[in-house]
Design a protein around this ligand. Structure first.
Ligand SMILES: [Zn+2]
Length: 255
């Protein structure tokens, strides 16, 4: 069925999605570039799965027509997409390990990694339009952040966009942007905030006030679990999730 879905998506197959490898399905398969009609059918199917996965940014292994564990993974991801219209979000244990280990804030390692406050800044395009939380008439399409977090931040926000979609991003106020780079000391403290290095962002501050705990903060609600999963997959730290305050804040630094 996954193969038929993939072929239908390409406009090559208009028959029933019934999982039966009939003449129409085979004929459609043979129209795929590089598909050798003389290959065994099992190999054609594996090739199609690998191609389909690749085109959707899923790692289904090399496109070689050989079904291994990576192809199985690609197949399961594709099956989920066709069933639910989005990427599978339950992760396997080995995927819990974050891609990045950010340095701990207020340590020499942090300074060594990020350098001086207010330096090494770059501007990245936001994958979805942000509303400026303190003046909703204003929009932002770019974010200023530290060069070393730019790639990771882009990945996180693309993941948020793909996971929630535009409507949910709006209704859940994931686009209410409270700022990123800001060369200022920590609120109520003498230490410098991680915002001063451009490695922290705030979202929806009105509904996630600094001193609110999970009983009041919007972002503590389970509907935001996937939001935090997007950040935590990249090793970003939510002060709300870790310390139960400042739920608006997320940073590329351990606490
Ligand atoms: Zn903050």
């Amino acid at each position: 069925m996954v193969v038929q879905h993939l072929l239908a998506e390409k406009g090559l197959y208009r028959g029933a999605i019934d999982g039966i490898l009939g003449d129409n399905t085979l004929a459609a398969l043979h129209q795929i570039e590089g598909m050798d009609p003389r290959m065994p059918n099992t190999r054609k199917i594996a090739t199609m799965i690998q191609l389909g996965a690749k085109e959707k940014g899923i790692d289904g292994g090399p496109v070689d027509g050989l079904w291994g564990t990576q192809t199985q993974f690609g197949f399961e991801e594709l099956a989920f997409i066709f069933q639910h219209g989005r990427r599978r979000t339950t992760w396997r244990p080995e995927e819990i390990v974050p891609a990045n280990r950010w340095p701990k804030q207020n340590t020499p390692e942090f300074l060594e990694f990020y350098g001086n406050r207010g330096e090494n800044l770059v501007t990245i395009p936001a994958p979805f339009v942000l509303k400026i939380a303190w003046d909703l008439r204003l929009k932002a399409t770019k974010i200023t952040c530290h060069r070393k977090v730019a790639e990771s931040l882009t990945k996180v926000l693309e993941d948020v966009r793909d996971t929630y979609g535009e409507n949910d991003i709006n209704s859940l106020r994931l686009n209410y942007f409270g700022g990123a780079f800001n060369n200022r000391p920590m609120r109520g403290g003498t230490l410098w905030s991680t915002h001063a290095w451009g490695v922290a962002l705030d979202f929806d501050p009105d509904r996630n006030a600094l001193r609110w705990g999970r009983d009041r903060a919007a972002f503590a609600h389970p509907v935001y679990d996937e939001w935090w999963r997007c950040w935590e997959d990249e090793g970003w730290v939510s002060l709300g999730r870790r310390r139960n305050f400042d739920w608006m804040h997320v940073q590329a630094a351990e606490v």
